[in-house]
Design a protein around this ligand. Structure first.
Ligand code: SME
Length: 160
């Protein structure tokens, strides 16, 4: 039986989670607004055998749950390294989301060395991302790691 105190604690967990998702969404918004080539920016978190989209800026995508093993998003997790695809059409691993996308940058978010999520950026411009973009987004990924970890832990406790 769930006690009143346990119930209250789970309610507080939801409040924390809501504000974490809102913060990540603000960061996605900021990144897309400040960098005109970042046409779609999202944060995925590893949940079991999937990547779950938790926050994004741009058009809605059908890829809210990506099975690990599919797409460039999974590649960044399995390799545990940044994937910078300059021409998505040339990559058979690419999972198409938007008609206009030409390039994609996927940067793992790590807790320690373990990839627990990622920042995914789509651009309408071929070869949009250079080494400076990689380094910049890698720094942002490091900054958001504690936030992503909160969502990751919550999903581990309560997989849905
Ligand atoms: N293109 C990604 C799928 C996610 S969307 O870009 C939002 C991929 O290849 O994994």
């Amino acid at each position: 039986m769930v006690t009143a105190v346990e119930f209250q604690k789970s309610e507080i967990d939801s409040i924390i989670l809501q504000s974490v998702k809102k913060t990540l969404s603000d960061i996605c918004h900021h990144l897309s607004e400040r960098n005109p080539k970042y046409n779609w920016t999202g944060v995925y978190v590893v949940v079991g055998d999937n990547l779950k989209l938790v926050s994004f800026q741009g058009a809605a995508t059908e890829h809210v749950l990506i099975p690990l093993g599919e797409g460039l998003c999974s590649l960044a997790i399995s390799r545990n390294e940044t994937v910078n695809e300059k021409d998505v059409k040339s990559n058979s691993e690419y999972l198409a989301c938007f008609l206009n996308t030409k390039a994609e940058l996927v940067v793992p978010v790590r807790y320690g060395d373990k990839p627990i999520g990622e920042i995914d950026i789509d651009s309408d411009e071929k070869g949009a991302f250079d080494r400076d973009d990689e380094k910049f987004v890698e720094e942002i990924a490091e900054k958001i790691s504690p936030l992503v970890k909160l969502i990751y832990d919550q999903n581990e406790k309560n997989p849905r």
